[in-house]
Design a protein around this ligand. Structure first.
Ligand code: ADP
Ligand code: MG
Length: 367
């Protein structure tokens, strides 16, 4: 529970907020925070705190104030923040997920069948690997900025106890970050299994406190099923493999998630769906991505992004968010995760990636 028992933001927080807001307003930041945090909304929210954890507006927006190059710039320090600060979260959610207005309600979960998503690249000409992940938060725990060191240990213990019961293809081993050799950690990061360290967007959001306590990765024997513990969310469930068999990758993630859901209670909201630290991940929390080479379309990243946007896809660099593309390898995934089912989110990605591959083939024929 809170170590800051106040019912409104104290003076020192207000001063930091006022200075930060001015800096943001004077900047040419392209963030959704800058776009939607108008002065009247700022003035209305600046003194508020969440009921259980006393999180302030500063706790929500400090990453965006500090990193003016943020795409979004806001995180929920605890699940109540989505209500207390709804006047800023709602327009950002609506903008990011392309239509989730005030009256919208996230639909009931529906995963459907992976078999409906055939291999995107059966000849293995474009796609190096496919990955589908989702995030979950454990009920009765706040998000990163409000977790104590002991909370991190408790969460890790709860989650790894359940991971140790996974069987068949999903059975594996948990590797805590505490005590992990640096070269082992770097190899896991370079192979795209493990989250990176020192993300400045997460650090500024107060999401990296007590690092590496409570953080780690679970890996199955075939290295196709991974679970991240206490990175950005309490849990990230990941399925990945070489090639473009999206259906198979998706099915593996669903089975892993269902196995964990038998023993863990996840946080959700009747309107927003599954609750996560970042508003871009709410709802289905699904990000289905490919590592793909598109030599013609990829010549001009801006043009590729424009084309991807038309299919509700997002382009990231080879090592994920906020990284550059190396050797022409892009990470392309669905961008919307809310207001549609899991099946629809993955379907949107499948359709969009197929369209990009078709456009690449057409460009190739022109030459
Ligand atoms: P997330 O949204 O899951 O946090 P990030 O952008 O932070 O994703 O990237 C996490 C890691 O996942 C990075 O190492 C990134 O390269 C890797 N990754 C993402 N998609 C793929 C993919 N299709 N194949 C291989 N690695 C991937
Ligand atoms: Mg990430």
């Amino acid at each position: 529970m809170s170590v800051r028992p106040y019912s409104m933001a104290p003076c020192e927080i207000l001063e930091l907020l006022e200075a930060g807001y001015q800096k943001l307003a004077d900047s040419d930041s392209k963030s959704l925070l800058k776009k939607h945090l108008t002065k009247p909304i700022f003035d209305k929210l600046k003194t508020k705190v969440t009921p259980s954890y006393c999180s302030t507006l500063l706790d929500c927006i400090q990453s965006g104030l500090c990193n003016l190059d943020s795409n979004v710039g806001i995180y929920a320090p605890d699940p109540e923040a989505y209500q207390t600060f709804a006047e800023i979260f709602d327009p950002i959610i609506n903008d990011y997920h392309k239509g989730f207005g005030k009256g919208a309600k996230h639909p009931a979960s529906c995963f459907g069948y992976g078999a409906d998503f055939p291999d995107l690249d059966p000849e293995q000409k474009f796609i190096l690997s496919t990955r589908v992940r989702c995030g979950r938060s454990i009920q009765d725990f706040p998000f990163n900025p409000c977790l104590s060191e002991d909370d991190y240990r408790k969460l890790e213990c709860m989650i790894t106890n359940v991971l140790s019961t996974l069987c068949n293809e999903h059975a594996g081993k948990y590797y805590p970050l505490v005590g992990m050799e640096k070269d082992v950690q770097q190899k896991l990061i370079d192979k795209h299994y493990l989250f990176k360290e020192g993300d400045r967007f997460l650090q500024a959001a107060n999401a990296s406190r007590f690092w590496p306590t409570g953080r780690g990765i679970f890996i199955n024997r075939a290295r196709t099923f991974l679970v991240w513990v206490n990175e950005e969310d309490h849990i990230r469930i990941i399925s990945m493999e070489r090639g473009g068999d999206l259906g198979r990758v998706y099915e593996r993630m669903i089975i892993g998630l269902e196995s964990l859901a038998h023993s863990l209670k996840f946080s959700s909201d009747s309107r927003l769906g599954n609750l996560t630290f970042c508003p871009t991940n709410l709802g289905t929390t699904i990000r289905a991505s490919v590592h793909i080479k598109l030599p013609h379309l990829g010549k001009d990243r801006a043009k590729l992004e424009e084309m991807a946007k038309k299919h509700n896809l997002q382009v990231r660099g080879t090592s994920g968010e906020h990284t550059e593309a190396k050797d022409g390898v892009y990470d392309i995934s669905n961008s919307r995760r809310m207001g549609l089912t899991e099946y629809q989110a993955v379907g949107e990605m499948h359709k969009g990636i197929s369209a990009l591959i078709e456009a690449e083939c057409k460009e190739c024929c022109k030459k």
